[in-house]
Design a protein around this ligand. Sequence first.
Ligand SMILES: *Cc1c(COP(=O)(O)O)cnc(C)c1O
Length: 362
Amino acid sequence: MTDTPQPQPGILDIALYQGGASHADGVERVIKLSSNENPFGTSDAAKAALIATASTLHRYPSTDHAGLRNAIGEVHGLDPETIICGVGSDEILCFLCQAYAGVGDEVIYTEHGFSMYRIYALGAGATPVQVPEAERVVDVAAILTAVTPKTRLVFLANPANPTGTMIGQEALVRLADGLPGHVILVLDGAYAEFPENYDGGASLIATRGNVVMTRTFSKLYGLGGLRVGWGHGPKAIIDVLNRMRGPFNLSSVQLATAEAALRDRAFAERCLAENTRLRRWLIDALGRVGVPCDESHANFVLARFASPDEADATEARLRADGILVRKVAGYNLPQCLRITVGDEASCRRVVSLIGAFREAAA
Ligand SMILES: *Cc1c(COP(=O)(O)O)cnc(C)c1O
């Protein structure tokens, strides 16, 4: 024992989360394509709801989140009793690790998986286990091979960040069916709204006791600054997570604003349609200037360069012009850049700059 305070095992192995850049030296107005935010901002109805909460700020917020859970239940066709709301979907991921994994337990995530899975696993004292992907696509067989009697959780974003790829329903069923009953499959649906005809895993949850999904208001709904997300799963698991949850984890401002955003279907549909159209354009246009991207199912694309140097030089060139994109070396993709699908002008700007930069270098 040393004579200074020591954190729990695992905590000092956590590398701090690196967020997307938000400013560029010497540039006043940046185009931020580094954090998968909604380029069209936030629904006006949501902003109005936020302002209206000013008159009730002296009151404590609801502890059961019934209003927001009922709205989610209506929009997604789910039983509100099987929904939990959190401070971003990140808080739900954290509850899952805290409640179900500890020292000696293993938490599986994949080669290019979201960095918070490792952070929360270590925070709970558990051992993170990274499993290979197949050419930037989650490999169900590799995950199942990595499962041991110590495995407690399997984290999977579908669509995935930062690759933008996803696995289909058949592969998801194979994964869920292949896991022992004591292992929870967590389907992180931060981008689940973007593909067509994807329920985020709801149908898997309906028939199993060990599948959970998480969702967020940060991406499609343009509320990353507000911090609201939710989870859905079997009642027994939701009950456990609620025991971890602070009674006032969400403020009245968060609850009212998120509910109004969810109910503004027209805004969400418009943003979705624009994202689909501009994502197609961006992937095709980058291809024409010699930069391949995988087919993306989210609100960003993963641009592949010939080498890490080329990716870094391109990122620096864009940043000099005030365009911020995301380096993803920390996700084992040093030769790639993740580019959020912006509005049309931003998409055109990014492609024309990359094209000109490549021509000058050739
Ligand atoms: C953005 C993101 C989240 C977190 O979203 P919050 O709800 O803002 O906490 C979770 N998972 C993935 C894969 C993400 O990209």
